[in-house]
Design a protein around this ligand. Structure first.
Ligand code: F6P
Length: 328
């Protein structure tokens, strides 16, 4: 491989996701394999502006494949949104002789990378890391599989107590703009109803469905609600609404919150992270940049980073239908 890249910087930015450490490890070791220097940039773009850099070699990333979070830390940087902030970041990269960047994160991370590339023609390659799975150009983002398993495990436990007391639970899961976690974990945990941000499934429909559940002899009901669901009501308002409009329901609410982002990554996420890290570094070595490494039908593909940012992932209509049928 012809190679003009001598030093690669790697950072994690935005919401952390399980599998980010495994991706960093893969980037660092692939650099070592190709005898390229690697530098870790701490706290995402914030650390880039501050020059918070540390040289990493193959041994710097021992025993992190199984760790949640990101040892490079993460941040959402307001300074990097400004021209001045990006200039400072660029100066730091020059000072540290960094030739290219691997950016691990979601939509905001890639937007930053895209703007930076436009301004300074600086080579960047993205690795999608977010539990939300809301990036186009890849079937899976790092952390999504782990988060699904975490949510399903939590809902299984909620089901135990719900059915012991014959209760209805509204369970809020993450997903500001997309309902992939809600829909998949909902189907996986046998939820009676699932509310997502992509489509307003209607409050009447919810009442009808709960009414039906009661008459068909269910001993508990679980409604999984994505943070940004389209009915416009949060889980507490939904509880009040059901209590006002339906008799005979003892309703509780559980907000799963940030525990969904933590924990040891699943094997799926570790393998995906390892593959994507290799691909990201080798893409830069081959002289390609401004792309994201995605996985489509289990094959790694490169996708233009600007399209990854601007596109919208779609809700799986077939799965919505499966969910309807399963809640019969
Ligand atoms: O983008 C991932 C995500 O987990 C969203 O689902 C959630 O809305 C958001 O991050 C919460 O982020 P924070 O509390 O870190 O701002």
């Amino acid at each position: 491989m012809a190679n003009s890249i001598k030093k690669i910087g790697v950072l994690t930015s935005g919401g952390d996701a399980p599998g980010m450490n495994a991706a960093i490890r893969s980037v660092v070791r692939t650099c070592a394999f190709h005898q390229i220097e690697c530098v870790g940039i701490y706290r995402g773009y914030e650390g880039m502006i501050d020059g918070d850099f540390k040289a990493l070699d193959a041994r710097s990333v021992n025993h992190i494949i199984n760790k949640g979070g990101t040892f490079l830390k993460s941040a959402r940087s307001d300074r990097f949104r400004t021209k001045e902030g990006r200039k400072e970041a660029y100066d730091q990269l020059l000072k540290h002789a960094v030739d290219a960047l691997v950016l691990i994160g979601g939509d905001g991370t890639f937007t930053g990378g895209m703007v930076f590339n436009e301004e300074y023609n600086f080579p960047v390659v993205g690795i999608p890391g977010t539990i939300d799975n809301d990036i186009v150009g890849t079937n899976f983002t790092l952390g999504y599989d782990t988060a699904l398993n975490t949510v399903v495990e939590a809902i299984d436990k909620i089901r135990d107590t719900a059915s012991s007391h014959k209760r209805l639970f509204f369970v809020e899961v993450m997903g500001r703009d997309v309902g992939h976690i809600a829909l998949n974990a909902g189907v996986g945990s046998g939820a009676e109803e699932i509310l997502v941000p992509e489509e307003d499934l209607g409050l009447d429909r919810l009442l009808e469905s709960l009414e039906k559940s009661k008459h068909t002899g269910k001993s508990s009901s679980i409604v999984v609600v994505a943070e940004g669901d389209k009915t416009g009501k949060n889980v507490f308002e939904l509880r009040d609404y059901v209590e006002e409009n339906l008799e005979g329901y003892d309703v509780r609410v559980s907000v799963l919150g940030h525990m969904q982002r933590g924990g040891s990554p699943s094997c799926f996420d570790r393998v995906l992270a390892s593959r994507m890290g290799v691909k990201a570094v080798e893409t830069l070595i081959e002289g390609k940049h401004n792309v994201m490494v995605g996985t489509i039908n289990n094959k790694l593909e490169l996708y233009p980073i600007d399209k990854a940012v601007k596109g919208h992932s779609k809700i799986d209509e077939e799965l919505l239908r499966v969910s309807d049928i399963m809640s019969t």
